[in-house]
Design a protein around this ligand. Structure first.
Ligand code: 3HC
Length: 713
């Protein structure tokens, strides 16, 4: 079956790309071969005077090169060849003697955008689904079909690096402003406007594009000295963001630079050589695994396929208009576009909550992620009440009140009394067992946990926790709704700490033990950011809030006993009214809300004399292995349904370094036997809390692994 169909209209060949059986168009080997043959046909066909490339998919132009294909490449030379062939096709498009236009609606990514860039003219629909971007570095590779060369030539080096080095996508309006797109079109008119543009190009050729960006662009983009400065700054910023763990952005920067310094040919050569290196490298492998894991999770409702009928959620109720409630409400209107009714004890609190919920939209407007109209539309979906009015019409209610079992039970009873007899009730908790909250509910089958992370609008993970009696319908409803809120959702067991806080707990405790032994705060945090975490554990405690951390730590200690004994640092901090960032007093100082240096009086408060006695290697080992061991233990208890969920949860919930693939993947990479022997050594030196999990010992003895893919995917 073919990917392309051609219709000729008055000298214009309209080439529709619509890959059979695939939700998106992908430039795989078959599609490329077919495309090349068609190009040759158009070249010789006198009747064809221009070509318009358009997609037959509802919301996708082209999703890029086939990721499955490059993962399967046997070696660097093959990867290099793949990139070189892609470049050659794009060159053929760029050099084609007749105008070729790209008419873009929907996602236009990676190789898809590189194709559009090689075309002579680009139109795009002004629809939110139309996104143009080069996400390659997020897969650990670089744009390898000429993207590192054509984008900077089209929009200037600064704007191009901004997209390429971050793997960013832009909406059509922004792409138009940047000069990536020549014409913006309402979706229904795309085809007819593209045909008109093609006829114009036949008559009068490709229009000259004005140079953009005024004097700054002239100084920085168009002049070698200015560009040298841009490269230096870009390199610095990449290193600050990646800590040197991700080679792709630096390789992309080098390929851009080569092209602009030594010409297109040299640039393309450098580009495909570096593509080859990266595509078979370990970091890309891990990032691609994460891509496939998150893609698989998009289709996983957390129940056996076909076993549930999820309830469509049109109206959401949120009980508790505090920080979490407001974050949930704001994210729900912004992402899912549903009506949200917020309830709290009195109207002033409700008003405050509504304002905070609108804050989520303010942020998006400020960052230009939404338009003014979208802002107004979303804000109009929010309403509030102090008495459950409007709740009978809700399909799902999420309560986010105080973390206290009796309070939560009362609230669940109140919600049950005010909603219809099909509504699902979710409780947002990080510490209280769902089954206990559901005890006493009339319909425990419709009660479950939805553990959001703070701040809700920015944290990408959601844990959905079924209680003992939760029905598959309720689970699937919560999972699907979480996804509509833009979250990656994992379904986890109703065990203390669920997954994320369970594996975080020994790690934070260990940081506390290290500190109480006199390890400087900076040394602990620096070691872990060097390992690849976005923030160190002590800074994380400040972020989470020391009161919250103490409560969570207490619950885990009670549940799991001595192994999870917290260090007594936090108790002393709380006694000194140090709550962390939220009251500007924590392990760190906060100046006008911004984190400053370590707050040195803390050492005296904790009766510590800081010393560099413990080496960074030991700090890292103690912290990381505490987490790995707990992850193995929790996985063996069935807290997560699969290693995939566990690793995605750690990466998206805690910021476990993506290039390491997650804690379970890391155990596989290190080998269970090595992990067990290191844990035994740590246990001998630092105590039984490091005793290796029984499941890990068994795995080591049997040569087992968490994944059966051999690390390839
Ligand atoms: N290669 C292979 N498979 C791809 C793919 C790609 N580039 N893009 C999407 N798919 C597959 C997904 O794996 C999924 O497969 P499945 O149905 O078997 O699970 C299917 O297409 C649908 O994808 P989603 O479920 O993600 O669909 P959404 O509508 O939610 O999202 C999308 C669509 C925004 C296009 C998203 O799929 C996406 O971000 N894709 C990756 C885009 C990307 O990274 N492109 C760069 C590729 S590398 C490249 O182009 C190199 C070049 O420079 C040489």
């Amino acid at each position: 079956m073919s990917t392309f169909t051609v219709v000729e209209e008055q000298g214009v060949a309209v080439l529709t790309i619509d890959q059979p059986g695939s939700p998106v168009n992908i430039l795989n080997a078959a599609a490329k071969a077919e495309f090349e043959a068609l190009l040759e046909q158009f070249r010789s066909d006198q009747a064809v005077r221009a070509v318009v490339i358009i997609s037959g998919k509802p919301d996708n132009f082209i999703a890029g090169a086939d990721i499955e294909e490059f993962v399967a490449l046997p070696n660097q030379a093959a990867a290099e060849a793949l990139s070189r062939d892609g470049q050659a096709i794009m060159d053929r498009v760029a050099d084609f003697p007749k105008p070729i236009l790209a008419a873009v609606h929907g996602s236009c990514l990676g190789g898809g955008l590189e194709l559009a860039l090689a075309c002579h003219y680009r139109l795009a629909t002004n629809h939110p689904k139309t996104q143009l971007g080069l996400p390659e570095v997020q897969l650990g590779i670089l744009p390898g079909a000429g993207g590192c060369q054509r984008l900077p030539r089209l929009i200037g080096v600064r704007a191009a690096l901004d997209i390429i080095l971050a793997g960013k996508s832009e909406r059509a309006a922004k792409a138009f402003k940047l000069g990536m797109v020549d014409e913006l079109v309402p979706p229904p008119l795309l085809r007819s406007v593209a045909l008109a543009a093609a006829r114009r190009l036949i008559e009068s050729g490709v229009p000259r594009r004005p140079r953009r960006g005024g004097l700054t662009a002239l100084l920085l983009d168009a002049n070698p000295l200015g560009r040298a400065l841009v490269y230096r700054m870009a390199r610095k910023s990449v290193l600050a963001k990646t800590g040197g763990h991700y080679p792709a952005p630096l390789a992309a920067l080098a390929a851009v630079r080569t092209g602009l310094t030594r010409g297109m040919r040299a640039g393309l050569e450098d580009e495909h050589r570096r593509f080859g290196e990266l595509a078979v490298g370990p970091v890309s492998r891990k990032l691609v695994q994460i891509f496939f894991a998150t893609t698989a999770l998009k289709k996983d409702d957390g129940v056996a396929p076909g076993s549930a009928t999820p309830r469509p959620v049109r109206r959401l109720g949120v009980v508790g208009a505090g920080f979490m409630g407001a974050g949930i409400a704001g994210t729900a209107v912004a992402q899912a576009g549903v009506e949200v009714r917020m309830k709290d004890a009195d109207l002033p609190r409700v008003g405050k909550g509504l304002k905070a919920a609108t804050g989520v939209l303010d942020g998006r407007l400020k960052r230009r992620r939404i338009t003014r109209q979208e802002y107004a539309r979303s804000a109009a979906l929010l309403s509030g009440t102090a008495d459950f009015s409007g709740f009978p019409r809700t399909d799902l209610v999420i309560e986010a009140v105080f973390e206290e079992l009796t309070v939560k039970r009362t609230v669940v009873a109140e919600i049950e009394a005010s909603v219809g007899d099909q509504a699902i009730i979710a409780t947002n908790t990080s510490t209280i067992p769902i089954t206990e909250i559901a005890t006493g509910a009339h319909h425990p089958e419709r009660v479950l946990g939805m553990h959001f992370f703070s701040p809700v609008d920015r944290m990408p993970l959601l844990e959905v926790i079924p209680g003992a009696q939760t029905s598959p319908d309720a689970i699937a409803t919560a999972v699907q709704f979480g996804r509509r809120m833009g979250k990656t959702v994992i379904v986890v067991a109703d065990r203390p700490g669920f997954w994320v806080n369970r594996i975080l707990s020994p790690y934070l405790n260990e940081a506390g033990h290290l500190l109480m032994e006199g390890t400087p705060i900076e040394a602990i945090d620096r070691t872990m950011t060097r390992f690849g975490f976005p923030v160190g554990p002590i800074a994380l405690l400040d972020e989470v809030g020391l009161d919250v951390a103490a409560k969570g730590g207490g619950v885990m200690h009670q549940a799991f006993g001595e192994r999870l004994t917290p260090a007594d640092a936090i108790g002393k901090m709380l006694a000194d009214n140090r709550l962390g960032r939220k009251n500007g007093r924590g392990f760190y100082r906060y100046e006008v809300g911004k984190k400053a240096g370590v707050d040195h009086p803390v050492y005296r408060l904790l009766s510590i004399t800081p010393s560099d006695r413990v080496s960074p290697q030991t700090i890292e080992q103690r912290l990381v292995y505490a987490m790995l061991n707990e992850a193995a233990m929790a996985a063996s208890e069935g807290v997560v349904r699969s290693p995939r969920d566990g690793d995605i949860g750690a990466i998206f919930g805690i910021g476990f370094p993506p290039f390491r693939g997650g804690p379970l993947r890391m155990i596989d990479d290190l080998g269970a036997a090595q992990v067990v022997s290191t844990l035994r050594a740590l246990a001998a030196e630092f105590g039984p809390r490091f005793t290796p999990a029984g499941s890990l010992v068994a795995m080591a003895e049997q040569g087992g692994r968490f994944y059966d893919d051999g690390g390839s995917r």
